[in-house]
Design a protein around this ligand. Structure first.
Ligand code: SF4
Length: 441
């Protein structure tokens, strides 16, 4: 039996899809190169923004056609969109056979092994997909899910309702899993959670901490790099920041979502920090890790956002000087507090205009920041052939900057690359062949 998985959304969904593949292959399924060649057609969905919903529905149209051609085919929908609609999935898309939330990936196996004839939905927050076998996209890079859910209540966010309350996985389970991933060839490990730096607070009888987890994984032989996403500024404590200096493998990159530079809008978003507290965290990070790469998330057009509020966002972005940013236009999500706001709604064309002005500042500052790498030799984890030039290889520095370079290094290797140029997005360079030949000798 062949399966095909289409993944939408965040890294947590990428991780869940790796687990879905691992679980299905443990059941004897094989991956099909296209939906048309699959007996089991799966979608791992996202519901963060309206655009995600409309894109999915377009893909579901093809699944409907394929199911009509061969009624034996099974169509399954997992992830946040499925969780947000629950049984409504079957009312709106009667050709769907199974639907399951992010905490129920394992139940897909139950459905496939059962001789159920009717459509089945599984929407309880039960288990960690991280406990399932994984089929990784790259042998040398792996995701490690450290917790599920989120206890925050950001007024625009659907995640707490689709992924439940924060539950941390036990420290010894994570260390054991990281050790076996290292033994399996993983060199770069990304720790995943909706709010990674509040890891361990719910663990009993002994509370854990994120800094403790970082130190435990840093000690594992074979792990060369640790990354993590996504932290929350309110929980960015000094022990986590210092880990970037004191622990060899913790990379010099921190993603610190801002969302808005206006304390008034941050309050309306229920982000639990204000502009001063955010900038204080940035100052703490730069004090301990001066060369750190800082990236962020920013939403424009939140209900009530005035021109002055937006100007304050531009000021913070200018002042911080991010190495990169994900920028979004606010879109109301069903079931969130912000979706019921009716005062001060920002017109779409104003949102678009503000997004353009924000992107201009982000890219200009990112370009300026990237120049600090020109003339330096950077350690690059090679990921494959460059997407823009087949004669070059592609990889990432510890700062999470993409590098396109000429050299002999192969995917999975750590290469030393002399950086000759930088744009806001990528660096260009040449591998130090001499060093490589010395190392190989
Ligand atoms: S911290 Fe806020 S934005 Fe992030 S997942 Fe939790 S509720 Fe959503």
């Amino acid at each position: 039996m062949k399966y095909h998985v289409t993944t939408f959304g965040c890294q947590m969904n990428e991780h869940d899809s790796e687990r879905m593949r691992g679980m299905l292959e443990a059941l004897g399924y094989a991956e099909a190169p296209s939906r048309g060649e699959a007996d089991l057609i799966l979608f791992n969905t996202c519901s963060i923004r309206e655009s995600a919903d409309s894109r999915l529905i377009a893909h579901l149209g093809e699944a409907k056609r394929l199911k009509r051609e061969d009624p034996e085919r099974i169509v399954g929908v997992g992830g946040c969109w499925a969780q947000s609609l629950k049984d409504e999935v079957f009312e709106r898309f009667p050709f769907v056979d199974v639907a399951f939330g992010p905490g129920q990936v394992n139940r897909l196996a139950d459905f496939l092994l059962s001789d159920s004839i009717g459509a089945q939905g599984y929407f309880e927050f039960e288990s960690f997909t991280g406990d399932l076998p994984a089929k990784r996209g790259r042998e040398f890079q792996g995701w490690l899910q450290i917790s599920v859910g989120c206890n925050c209540r950001c007024s625009y966010c659907i995640v707490p309702s689709t992924r439940g309350r924060e539950v941390s996985r036990a420290l010894d389970v994570l260390v054991e899993q990281a050790r076996s991933m290292a033994a399996d060839g993983v060199r770069e490990l990304t720790l995943l959670g909706q709010n990674v730096n509040s890891y361990g607070r719910d663990l009993r009888p002994v509370r854990g901490s994120f800094a403790e987890l970082l130190a435990a994984i840093d000690a594992i032989e074979g792990i060369e790099r640790i990354r993590y996403t996504s932290p929350h500024p309110k929980d960015m404590r000094e022990d986590v920041v210092r880990a970037h200096v004191e622990l060899r493998t913790v990379c010099e990159h921190i993603h610190l979502p801002l969302q808005s530079g206006s304390s008034r809008i941050l309050r309306a978003m229920r982000r639990t920090y204000d502009r001063e507290r955010y900038l204080d965290r940035v100052a703490l990070i730069r004090e301990h890790v001066p060369d750190v790469a800082l990236t962020t998330d920013v939403i424009v057009g939140f209900p009530g956002e005035s021109e002055d509020d937006f100007e304050q966002t531009l000021e913070v972005v200018e002042q911080v000087g991010y190495d990169g940013a994900f920028t979004f236009i606010f879109s109301p999500r069903r079931g969130t507090e912000a979706a019921s706001l009716s005062e001060g709604l920002v017109a779409h064309e104003v949102k678009v205009e503000r997004l353009e002005r924000l992107v201009e500042v982000v890219q200009r500052r990112a370009h300026e920041r990237a120049q600090r790498f020109v003339g330096r030799t950077m350690e690059v984890l090679v990921e494959g052939v460059s997407r823009t030039d087949p004669m070059r290889m592609r990889g990432r520095t510890r700062h999470n900057k993409v590098v396109n370079f000429s050299g002999l290094a192969l995917p999975g290797e750590l290469a030393l690359v002399d950086i000759s140029a930088a744009t806001s997005q990528t660096l260009v360079g040449e591998e130090r062949i001499a060093t490589r030949l010395l190392v190989e000798a």
